[in-house]
Design a protein around this ligand. Structure first.
Ligand code: ADP
Ligand code: MG
Length: 535
C-alpha cells in the first residue's frame, strides 16, 4: 500500500492544516492504514516499530471523532509512563493547533493530585494518563467513565511488561459497552492478543510488516572488544566521530550507573536513564538531553523506548541486546526522519553468534571495523583544531593579536616559530610526542590494544578511603594535566586501584602524583608489580 497524503484522507481542514504545520509530508505506513479504519469506528490493533508515528495514527482519528460541543469526557488514552503521557499530549496539542473547544489533559503519578482534580473539574474531553493514576481518579469519582466512547492503549506491550494488565482490565471493565477500543504496540505478544480477545470487538489487525522493522539509512558497525576495553572503545569512537547526541544502551540498570560514572570521570557530559530514577530526576535528564547540555545518554531498553528525540547521531550497543527485537528498537533511535545515523555494537567473544542471529533477523549486515587508534583520535582532533584556526583567520579582527606577534618578532623570533609554539601549546593535551619518556621505567604491565602500549599503574588507596573513580581521574588531571579521556580502565578495590594509562603518560603521572592527596589521603602511584593480563 502506498503512503497516503494527509490532504487525501478526509480530515477536517483544521487538523489537516495542523498536521502539515508539524512538517509531516505524508502519512507513515501505519498511519496510512490505521487512520481511516479508526475513523470508521472499528476496533484496531496496530503494530509497527518505535518511531513510525503511532501517536498520530490514533491521535488524528481520535480527535476527529471528538464532539467539541459535548464537554463530557469522550476519550481516554492509557500510556505506560509519565514521559509518554506528556509526549502524547504534546502531540495532541499540536494536532489541535487550529481546533477550538477540545480540551486535552494529561494525568499521571507524581503530579499533585489536588491540582489534577481541579483540572479535571474544569472538564476535558480527552484524558491521557498512566493506568495507576487513571484508576485512582476513577475511585475518587473525579474521573467518570460513563461517557467514554473511545479507549486507546498506547505502547500496549510496554504497559503489559510493566505489570499494568490488571489495572488496564479494571479500567476497561468500567467503560460502557458501546465504545471503540484501539491498541497500539511495537510488538505483539500472546498477552496482548488475550487482552484484545477479551475487550476488542472484531478488531482489525494492522501490521506494518517486519521487513520494515529495520531502519534504513543506518550504518551498522560492530567492534570486537574485551569487556575491560569497552569504555576505551566508547570514548575513542566518541572522540573520533564527535557526535552531538549519542545514546548508549546497556542491558542492566547497574551497568548504566557504572558507565555513566566512568564517562563522567573522563570528563564527558553523560547522564543515565533507567527505571530506578525518580520521575523528577528523569525529567531533568531528558530536559538536559533535549537542550544539549549532555552529549551522551546512557539508558536501558525500557527507559529509552518510546522517548521521542529525533536528532541522535549515534547509537551504541555497549552490551549486545538479549533480544533481537531490542536491537531493532535501539538502532531505530538514530537515522529518524530520513537522517543518516550510525549504530555501533560492542561484541565480546562468543557474542558474535548473537550478532549473527540479529543480522539474520533484520536481514542486514553489521560490518566489523577496527577500533580507532589513539593516533586516529589525535589526527582527528588536530584536524578540527587546524580547521578552527583557518576559520578564525577568515573571520579577521585579529589586529590585537597581530600586534602581539609583532612584538615578539621585534625580539627576533621568527613568525613560523611563534606559530609552531602556539600550536604546540594548544595541541599538547592531544599530542603523543614523548613515547620515550618512559624509557627509564620498567614496563611491567604492558598491554597492547588499539595499537598503543598501555601500562598498568598501582594506586595505594581505594574504596575504603572513600575514593571513587571520578576522584582518581580528577586528581590525575589536576596534578599532572593528563586528561581523563586518555586514561584506560580503572579497577577500584577496597584498599588499592589499578589504572591503565598510555605509556607516554606514565612518567608524568608517577612524578606528578608524588606527595599528593586524594580525598585527604596521602597517596602514591607506581608501576603495578605484575601484569594482570597476559598479552
Ligand atoms: P511511535 O509511537 O511509533 O514510536 P511516534 O508517534 O512517537 O512514534 O513518532 C515518532 C516521531 O515521528 C515523532 O517525532 C513524530 O512527530 C514523527 N512523525 C509522526 N508521523 C510522521 C509523519 N507522517 N511524517 C514525519 N514525521 C512523523
Ligand atoms: Mg509511541
Amino acid at each position: 500500500m502506498e503512503n497516503l497524503k494527509f490532504e487525501n484522507m478526509n480530515l477536517s481542514p483544521e487538523i489537516c492544516r495542523a498536521v502539515l504545520d508539524m512538517g509531516f509530508e505524508e502519512a507513515t505506513p501505519i498511519q496510512s492504514q490505521a487512520i481511516s479504519i479508526i475513523m470508521a469506528g472499528r476496533d484496531v490493533i496496530g503494530q509497527s516499530q518505535t518511531g513510525t508515528g503511532k501517536t498520530a495514527a490514533f491521535g488524528i482519528p481520535c480527535l476527529e471523532q471528538i464532539d467539541a460541543e459535548n464537554k463530557k469526557l469522550q476519550a481516554v488514552i492509557l500510556c505506560p509512563t509519565r514521559e509518554l503521557a506528556i509526549q502524547v499530549s504534546e502531540e495532541f496539542r499540536k494536532l489541535l493547533k487550529y481546533t477550538e473547544n477540545i480540551r486535552v489533559l494529561p494525568i499521571y503519578g507524581g503530579q499533585p493530585i489536588d491540582r489534577q482534580i481541579a483540572a479535571l473539574k474544569k472538564g476535558a474531553q480527552v484524558i491521557i494518563g498512566t493506568p495507576g493514576r487513571v484508576m485512582d481518579h476513577m475511585r475518587r469519582r473525579t474521573l467518570k467513565m460513563e461517557t467514554v466512547k473511545m479507549m486507546v492503549l498506547d505502547e500496549a506491550d510496554e504497559m503489559l511488561d510493566m505489570g499494568f494488565r490488571e489495572d488496564i482490565e479494571t479500567i476497561l471493565i468500567k467503560v460502557p459497552e458501546e465504545h471503540q477500543t484501539v491498541m497500539f504496540s511495537a510488538t505483539l505478544s500472546p498477552e496482548i492478543l488475550s487482552l484484545s480477545k477479551r475487550f476488542l470487538k472484531e478488531p482489525e489487525f494492522i501490521k506494518v510488516v517486519r521487513k520494515e522493522l529495520t531502519v534504513p539509512n543506518i550504518e551498522q558497525i560492530y567492534f570486537d572488544v574485551k569487556e575491560r576495553t569497552k569504555l576505551d572503545a566508547l570514548s575513542r569512537i566518541i572522540d573520533v566521530y564527535d557526535p552531538k547526541l549519542a545514546l548508549v544502551f546497556c542491558n542492566t540498570k547497574k551497568r548504566v550507573d557504572e558507565v555513566v560514572e566512568l564517562l563522567q570521570g573522563r570528563g564527558y557530559f553523560a547522564e543515565g536513564l533507567h527505571g530506578d530514577l525518580k520521575q523528577v530526576q528523569r525529567d531533568k535528564v531528558m530536559q538536559k538531553f533535549r537542550n544539549g547540555t549532555i552529549e551522551i545518554l546512557v539508558a536501558t531498553d525500557v527507559a529509552a523506548r518510546g522517548i521521542d528525540i529525533d536528532d541522535i547521531d549515534v547509537v551504541f550497543n555497549y552490551d549486545v541486546p538479549q533480544d533481537e527485537e531490542y536491537y531493532v528498537h535501539r538502532i531505530g533511535r538514530t537515522g529518524r526522519a530520513g537522517r543518516t545515523g550510525k549504530a555501533f555494537t560492542f561484541c565480546v567473544g562468543k557474542e558474535i553468534y548473537k550478532l549473527r542471529d540479529i543480522m539474520r533477523y533484520t536481514k542486514t549486515k553489521i560490518v566489523q571495523q577496527k577500533l580507532p587508534t589513539l593516533s586516529d583520535v589525535e589526527e582527528m582532533k588536530t584536524n578540527l583544531f587546524l580547521e578552527k584556526v583557518k576559520s578564525i583567520m577568515e573571520e579577521g579582527h585579529l589586529t590585537k593579536y597581530i600586534n602581539l606577534v609583532e612584538k615578539l618578532m621585534q625580539e627576533d623570533y621568527a613568525a613560523i616559530d611563534i606559530a609552531a609554539a602556539l600550536l604546540k601549546h594548544n595541541l599538547s593535551d592531544v599530542s603523543v610526542d614523548s613515547i620515550d619518556a618512559i624509557d627509564d621505567i620498567n614496563l611491567g604491565g604492558t598491554e597492547i590494544y588499539g595499537g598503543e602500549k598501555m601500562v598498568r599503574l598501582f594506586l595505594n588507596a581505594g574504596k575504603k578511603n572513600k575514593i571513587r573513580i571520578k576522584d582518581i581521574v580528577g586528581a590525575i588531571a589536576g596534578e599532572t594535566g593528563v586528561s581523563g579521556k586518555v586514561l584506560g580502565s580503572i579497577d577500584l578495590f577496597d584498599d588499592y586501584a589499578f589504572i591503565d594509562v598510555p605509556s607516554e603518560y606514565v612518567k608524568d603521572i608517577i612524578h606528578g602524583m608524588k606527595n599528593t592527596k586524594i580525598k585527604n589521603k596521602k597517596v602514591n602511584i607506581e608501576m603495578a608489580k605484575k601484569a594482570k593480563n597476559k598479552k
